[in-house]
Write a protein that binds this ligand. Structure first.
Ligand code: UT7
Length: 345
């Protein structure tokens, strides 16, 4: 064993049984709103400093939406870029998954709004709720469905407007999050390129460490829920931090063991961009140098389910990932949920 440490709670029941690609990424895209909120802007809103935010999180600025922009708007922009790169007409999309916890409305799924905006009339469209892990869960699901149901053009999007549930008076959380969307287009693999394996895991006993309790069936939206701020995101940061390092490390180890690929063969590690200290600790646990780790948290903050696909798109466009490279993605989020995907680009 290359790496030491305790195992995360939960059983590894859903490891992939394969070591060959069933689907491959043929296009990626990202979208962020134009407005940038810097640490200096936040200093004027809450009792915080640029120094504290940079040292404790690595974040310098983040993109935030202005009133009137919905999740599906960002999804559609990111999806169109992925489709253009993949030279695919939106009308040929047959599977459309959106990972989000901040959809346009409580229902229907944001994915159906995106379907309508794209004119993807042939697609089956639905959302995945797995907090920050939803994009990797979506990748795993789409890969399986391409294999078992013969889908030909699958869009997997991670998109979040977490500022819609941010408590701007809570300095412990409001400095962390940003808005954005990332999308990938998957097609059946026709060579060595593609998704070599995926891994997913959850542990519901830790749900109350990171959640938004109001507005659901437990506490339906009312004056009381709003007065008590139950619609805001709540987080026990220190506990979440420890689990994030543990679980992302475990998810990386599982997928490497499952596929028989060593950490030295991995060209780029993309972790969920939640905190630079979490990213560094995960890399250290895996014994991977930071030169092999993609980091963009300083400009985006934590964009939850959008974090991995935005990073993936940036890494490809910046040529940090080239055709044939091995990319390891690891993610962690509320639920708790965590997972990984190993992809030959
Ligand atoms: O994407 C989902 C997963 N989410 C995460 O992975 C987030 C995981 N957690 C974290 O990234 C970190 O725990 C935080 C960035 C949220 C907090 O960093 P920390 O080093 O764990 O700080 P802490 O919560 O232990 O707080 C240390 C101090 C406290 O003051 P005292 O009690 O020591 O006097 C806080 O009140 O820092 C204070 N503090 C702040 N000070 C200035 C908390 N937030 C701020 C702030 N500005 N924004």
């Amino acid at each position: 064993m290359i790496i030491s440490g305790n195992s995360c709670p939960g059983r590894s029941t859903n490891l992939p049984e394969k070591n060959k690609a069933h689907s491959m990424i043929v296009g990626t895209g990202r979208a962020v709103p134009p407005k940038v909120l810097t640490n200096q802007d936040l200093e004027k809103i809450v009792d915080t400093t640029d120094e504290w935010i940079r040292e404790r999180t690595g974040i310098q600025s983040r993109f935030i939406v202005e009133e009137g922009t919905a999740n599906s708007d960002l999804c559609t922009e990111a999806a169109l870029k992925a489709l253009e790169e993949g030279q695919t007409d939106p009308r040929d999309v047959d599977l459309l998954l959106v990972g989000t916890v901040t959809g346009d409305a409580k229902f229907p799924a944001t994915a159906v709004y995106v379907q309508d905006k794209l004119g993807a009339k042939k697609a089956v469209a639905f959302d995945i709720s797995a907090a920050c892990s939803a994009f990797v869960y979506g990748l795993a699901l789409a890969d399986s469905l391409i294999q078992t149901r013969g889908y030909k053009n699958a869009l997997v999007i991670g998109a979040e407007i977490l500022t819609s549930m941010t408590d701007w008076e809570d300095r412990a959380t409001c400095v962390l999050f940003g808005d954005g969307a990332g999308a990938v287009l998957l097609k059946p693999a026709n060579g060595p390129r593609g998704i070599l394996g995926t891994y997913m895991m959850s542990d519901g006993s830790l749900a109350d460490l990171l959640y938004s309790p109001g507005g659901g069936s437990r506490f339906p939206a009312s004056h009381r829920t709003v007065d008590e701020g139950l619609h805001f995101l709540k987080m026990k940061g220190r506990e979440v931090f420890k689990s994030a390092v543990q679980c992302m490390g475990d998810a990386a180890i599982k997928i490497l063991e499952q596929t028989g690929i060593t950490k030295d063969q991995v060209d780029l590690l993309i972790t969920h961009q939640a905190n630079i200290r979490i990213i560094r600790a995960t890399a250290k646990r895996l014994g991977m140098p930071m030169e092999k780790v993609f980091v963009n948290i300083e400009r985006y903050g934590n964009t939850s389910s959008a974090s991995i696909p935005i990073a993936l798109d940036e890494a490809r466009k910046a040529r940090r990932l080239k055709e044939g490279d091995l990319c390891l993605m690891v993610v962690f989020g509320g639920g708790f949920t965590w997972g990984s995907a190993l992809v030959r680009m």
